[in-house]
Design a protein around this ligand. Structure first.
Ligand code: ADP
Ligand code: ZN
Ligand code: ZN
Length: 737
């Protein structure tokens, strides 16, 4: 080998468990840099160096084509987290590493230069007067009056179309553009211009001083902040972050998928006016994502507020991780690389030895158990601040009630009373569309999806039946598509139907429907929430999108419709999720000065879980559920993985898994009974999107036996013959069956 060349080990974004060695000119780029490498005969691909300066067991190595970064994008600690994740989740390393990067960087594009804008104008008054008609310029000017802004910040704040007005301000020389040098050696002041600061309650102060005390210890233990809804957890987050920023470190706040309301983001910007707060979520376009990701990587951003995948964001100097609503299901990735962002966050904090705070009114059973076993610090906020009280809940037994679109008379009259008193109401129904079943009583036709084993949901306004599993749509006229009978019938009800009902009963009150159908256009959710924030009487009807994080002070009544199905689900996690959902939705009531109450409609008023929840609260239910889990050795006492296989042909996946099961029979963990297999069997929805799906469950009483077994399982799987059409995936710690 000529001594002007070294060897680098590179992973590429393919489902492969190994890395590849390439020659590379000296000086060698460090691990974490991107390179372009040849692949096959005449194609190239972007790769990431995971080791630099290695000796290779192979001869005849190819040379890399080009080096894309002069400094690593992924630092050693992030690389080690990703490597750990690849081993733990038994997922190909290349796919894991690439999932950390935003799309633009995965594609090998260059890093962009970042700028910030500063006001450079002596007479603010006069400038503002002359901008009276230039609405957008004026808005920007006012923002810049409180602090200078970076591109990342401007885009995160949803300041629409800011570039053009900014150029106009620059042209007037009132604003100056500076290149960001990423030199954070001088830490900016972290103070609040908002002198109108909330005075913390005793509980809040206690929690904060405990956190500060624990921060001093040499080993950082995760902390659970179990605070009832409306107890002021966000105030704790803000103040827990503050000292880290003051020390020149960064913060990551992780939130559920649809939990990022502009309101929450603004709260962080307001509290930290001199700091750069950026968002990372699916609502951003590719270039915004890349820009915000990069601003955290270079250290320009001080706080990242992001959803699941932000756990892989690179930071220059991360000082704290906070996970809001840590129990939320959206932290688990359900496609491709099946990771749990909360669990990875705990791992990341552990590797960096930085604090992590998990907050929730309804902590997941795993987290509660960790707190009870002393592995996590445990903080509680049991009260709402000031004189506010948690809402009272009452049950309506719908067996003795007349229902209209699934809503009882009693609840309707309660809604009427509240809006007449000038209050706001929220009805929760976790089913969008008009009705889940559309049928013809003449011939028995019903709208089923041709690609899935599922009914299609009727959407009245769009005159369509839509499959909520694959998106397949069918136009619906008034007559039956099969026998031409002039009228079709619906069964059951979704949010659209309840909206109709509310409009007919309360023609003078705005009815705001919040679900995926009404909020798919950009800015629509924000607009709807703005109507509610005005404080005027409104009736909200919506799905679980309404349950998370919202703080509407004037909301006094929450009605919960149709939870009975979930009470009888066969999934052992259903009760936990239902209890969390009820508590979270209920928690939207009575957050302001007025008292709140919750009405829960059910045909099962005697149900033990419901009763325990209403009389003893979430913690008691969680303890009960934990006991049951322990008796069955279900997680978090036992450990599981699910192997899923699917193919376009009926039962092909089943045959594949059966044969896999035969291969696995000889493994020691099966012979000793340390690991057991259940299945293969059809997945709960056997046919979905024209693929037939099957699964096999692997369970063990010890995590180490499970993982030892999975290592062997992966090598069996990799050698196993399969048709091109068949896909399989391993889901470690599955949350969804
Ligand atoms: P959580 O996240 O625990 O549900 P929030 O942090 O959103 O609760 O707080 C709920 C409401 O109470 C917010 O409007 C917040 O401004 C207010 N709040 C929080 N702490 C205090 C306090 N110490 N005094 C007065 N109001 C408070
Ligand atoms: Zn018919
Ligand atoms: Zn379908």
């Amino acid at each position: 080998m000529p001594n002007t060349l070294g060897i680098v080990r590179v992973v590429i974004p393919r489902p492969l468990y190994q890395a590849f060695d390439y020659h590379c000119p000296l000086p060698l780029p460090e691990a974490g840099c991107r390179v372009r490498v040849p692949l096959g005969l005449n194609s190239t691909v972007v790769g990431i160096i995971i080791e630099s300066g290695v000796t290779s067991e192979f001869e005849q190595l190819k040379a890399i084509e080009s080096v894309l970064d002069d400094k690593p994008l992924l630092d050693p600690s992030l690389l080690s987290l990703l490597n750990w994740a690849s081993i733990y989740y038994h997922h190909p390393i290349g796919e894991v590493l690439f999932s950390a990067l935003p799309k633009r960087l995965r594609e090998g594009r260059e890093l962009s230069e970042n700028f910030s804008w500063h006001l450079n104008c002596d007479d603010h008054e006069a400038a503002l007067v002359s901008l009276k008609r230039a609405h957008l310029q004026r808005e920007l000017f006012q923002q810049l009056q409180s602090h200078s802004m970076t591109e990342a910040q401007l885009t995160s704040l949803h300041l629409s179309k800011w570039r053009k007005p900014m150029q106009q301000l620059e042209a007037k020389s009132w604003v100056e553009r500076r290149k960001i040098t990423n030199d954070h050696s001088t830490v900016q002041d972290v103070d609040h211009p908002n002198q109108h600061l909330i005075e913390l309650s005793e509980e809040q102060n206690d929690s904060l001083s405990q956190l500060a005390e624990w921060r001093k210890s040499s080993i950082q233990t995760p902390a659970l902040l179990h605070g009832i809804t409306g107890s002021g957890k966000t105030e704790i987050y803000l103040r827990a972050i503050k000292p880290e920023l003051e020390a020149g470190r960064q913060a990551l706040l992780m939130i559920p998928e649809i939990g990022l309301t502009p309101q929450l983001f603004q709260r962080f910007c307001d509290f930290f006016p001199n700091q750069t707060v950026v968002a990372l979520h699916s609502g951003l376009n590719d270039s915004q994502r890349a820009q915000n990701w990069q601003s955290a990587q270079t250290g320009e951003a001080d706080i990242v507020v992001g959803t699941r995948s932000s756990i892989f964001c690179a930071f220059k100097n991360l000082g704290i991780i906070i996970i809001d609503e840590e129990h939320d299901g959206s932290f688990k990735q359900q496609e491709g690389f099946h990771y749990h962002a909360r669990d990875l966050a705990v791992k990341r904090a552990n590797q960096l030895n930085i604090p992590i705070l998990l907050g929730s009114a309804t902590p997941g059973l795993e987290t509660l158990l960790n707190a009870e076993r002393g592995r996590y610090h445990y903080l509680q906020l049991k009260k709402r601040p000031g004189t506010r009280k948690p809402p009272k809940t009452s049950l309506i037994d719908i067996r003795s009630q007349t229902l209209e679109a699934g809503v009882s008379r009693k609840l309707l009259s309660e809604v009427g009373k509240q809006v007449r008193d000038g209050n706001q109401v929220m009805l929760f129904l976790n089913r969008r569309g008009y009705a889940p079943v559309l049928l013809c009583i003449q011939c028995g036709w019903h709208a089923t999806c041709s690609a899935c084993n599922a009914e299609m949901t009727f959407h009245a306004a769009r005159h369509k039946a839509i499959c909520h599993h694959c998106g397949h749509q069918q136009r619906i006229g008034t007559a039956c598509p099969s026998c031409q009978h002039p009228q079709l019938t619906t069964q059951g009800h979704g949010t659209e139907r309840v909206e109709h009902l509310l409009l007919s009963h309360f023609p003078d009150t705005p009815v705001v429907r919040v679900d995926r159908d009404t909020t798919s256009r950009k800015g629509e959710l924000a607009r709807k929430l703005e109507i509610v924030r005005s404080g005027e009487p409104v009736i909200l009807i919506g799905t679980q999108m309404l349950t998370k994080g919202h703080d509407f002070p004037n909301l006094t009544l929450v009605g919960i419709l149709d939870i009975d199905q979930a009470l009888f689900s066969t999934d052992y996690r259903a009760q936990e999720h239902l209890a969390q959902q009820i508590v979270q939705v209920s928690g939207r009531a009575g957050r302001g000065e007025k008292k709140g109450h919750v009405v829960l409609q059910t045909s099962q008023p005697q149900h033990p879980m419901l009763n325990q929840l209403l009389t003893q609260g979430y913690r008691a239910v969680a303890q009960q559920l934990l006991q049951e889990r322990q008796a069955w050795q279900y997680p978090p006492f036992g450990f599981q993985a699910l192997i899923r296989a699917n193919a376009p042909q009926f039962e092909e996946g089943l045959l594949f898994l059966s044969s896999l099961r035969d291969d696995l029979r000889v493994l020691p963990e099966i012979e000793t009974g340390e690991v057991s297999l259940l299945g293969p069997m059809p997945s709960p929805m056997e046919k979905r999107s024209d693929r037939y799906r099957y699964q096999m469950l692997v369970s063990a009483n010890r995590r180490s036996s499970l993982h030892c077994f999975l290592d062997q399982l992966i090598s069996v799987l990799r050698q196993k013959k399969k048709s091109r059409d068949l896909r399989y995936i391993l889901d470690v710690d599955p949350t969804n069956f």
